[in-house]
Design a protein around this ligand. Structure first.
Ligand SMILES: Cc1cc2nc3c(=O)[nH]c(=O)nc-3n(C[C@H](O)[C@H](O)[C@H](O)COP(=O)(O)OP(=O)(O)OC[C@H]3O[C@@H](n4cnc5c(N)ncnc54)[C@H](O)[C@@H]3O)c2cc1C
Length: 392
């Protein structure tokens, strides 16, 4: 049965998130002036407030202090949180911690849970996920991984350079993907390890992520055997555990952002006049509004479908790929059209839209650039059709 009903409890929770975003997160935006992500003081303050509102960690399992929502519930709540870029930070459902918490919850052993997952889920420390490397290393193609981890007595030594590692500055630990003789493997590396060095924070269009996006060096970085996350050689398989839900939660949060942009533009179109009528009475403005409504509705439908598949225990690689490819483009279109509707106001600091465009633009690149998803979708379609043809 297909059912799009949101039950009473979840609807009440969404209403509470809407209030929280309106009363706490949006007013705090004026105080968010740091260059690379909001400062730690404001983040802590907002997270304390979210705890008081009973909204901390909606997607985090209940035994770790979260609300323990399933993927469908998470989709509804994270979309509402994303109406302000500070909403997900406050509610502790922002990347990269949100994806790392999910992955550690599935893979970490009891000792790793205690040491890394418990404080991370509680918001006492931050984390980062170190996969991407500057050319000629791993980017859209993870098989180009160059960072090495080699066995030494009682542990491993990691060497390699990573970049665009979100939140590395100020993180308590990194999850590093490195190549071993047995294949790609994930390692938990404490930030105070002398072999882990923060080289620089990279200038980027966005600034919503605490710690910014960093270039980091693993140089003769020694870790013991207990630092291996899961099994040696299974790193790419574990990355999939993280990737599908993490892609989806990005879609959910940025969909909320797109709604904010469109609401702003519609309010403007209802007020501002040109050529003797309201902007909203002009056909071409109506078209931009209608196309944005379509982008938002189709995005939500694809997100909910993927969330449903994840709730059935499926890996949902195809569904998350479809959602990511569509939502990243749709959200960017919505924010861009909203700016167009608002004219000069749209790109000014007097409106939130220019900031939002800077925030959503990188989403077309991270968690798989749109083109890699389209490529995978097309190959799957061609392969499935060929299999059908040979079976009949
Ligand atoms: C804001 C931001 C935050 C990030 N945070 C993290 C993080 O925390 N941790 C981390 O490990 N990484 C992170 N990344 C890195 C991100 O995952 C990579 O940028 C992404 O995987 C693409 O790799 P690349 O930039 O090296 O692009 P490249 O691999 O150089 O690809 C460049 C372009 O080539 C095209 N292309 C690539 N493959 C195909 C294909 N098969 N078909 C057609 N066209 C193709 C696409 O247009 C793509 O954008 C972040 C990136 C950004 C922008």
């Amino acid at each position: 049965m297909i059912d799009f009903e949101i039950d009473g409890e979840l609807a009440a929770l969404r209403h509470r998130v809407d209030e929280f975003v309106r009363e706490v997160a949006i007013p705090a935006e004026a105080r968010d002036s740091s260059e690379h992500g909001l400062d730690e003081g404001l983040r802590t303050e907002l997270q304390d407030e979210a705890r008081k509102w009973g909204l901390f960690g909606p997607q985090i399992s209940a035994d770790l202090g979260g609300l323990g929502l399933d993927h469908r519930g998470t989709a509804v709540i994270l979309e509402a949180s994303g109406y302000s870029v500070l909403g997900p930070q406050a509610m502790h459902c922002a990347a990269p911690d949100e994806g790392n918490i999910h992955m550690l919850d599935v893979i970490a052993d009891p000792e790793q849970r205690e040491r890394y997952l418990v404080p991370l889920a509680a918001g006492r420390i931050r984390s980062c996920f170190a996969m991407t490397e500057p050319a000629p290393g791993a980017g859209a193609d993870p098989s180009m991984l160059l960072t090495r981890a080699d066995r030494i007595d009682g542990g491993w030594v990691i060497d390699g350079r990573k970049w665009f590692i979100t939140g590395a500055e100020g993180a308590g630990f990194a999850i590093c993907m490195a190549l071993t003789d047995e294949g790609a493997t994930m390692f938990l590396v404490d930030a105070d390890n002398p072999g882990f060095r923060l080289e620089r924070t990279i200038e980027a269009t966005d600034r919503a992520f605490p710690g910014g996006h960093c270039e980091v060096l693993f140089e003769e970085c020694r870790v013991d055997d207990a630092a291996v996350l899961g099994t040696v050689g299974e790193g790419f398989r574990y990355a999939q555990v993280r990737l599908a839900p993490a892609r989806l939660t990005h879609c959910e949060r940025w969909l909320g952002t797109a709604r904010r942009a469109l609401d702003f533009a519609i309010d403007r179109a209802n007020e501002r006049e040109a050529f003797g009528q309201k902007l909203g009475e002009l056909g071409m403005v109506q078209r931009m509004i209608a196309e944005s409504v379509l982008d938002i509705e189709t995005s939500q439908a694809m997100i909910w479908r993927c969330a449903w598949a994840l709730d059935q225990g499926r890996p949902a690689r195809h569904e998350s790929s479809l959602a990511k490819a569509h939502v990243a483009e749709a959200v960017n279109r919505v924010v861009d059209r909203s700016i167009q509707i608002c004219g000069a106001l749209g790109i000014s600091g007097d409106a939130p839209l220019a900031r939002l465009l800077n925030e959503v633009r990188p989403f077309r690149i991270y968690d798989g650039p749109t083109e890699t998803h389209l490529w995978a979708i097309a190959r799957r379609a061609l392969r499935d059709r060929a299999a059908d043809a040979s079976a009949s």
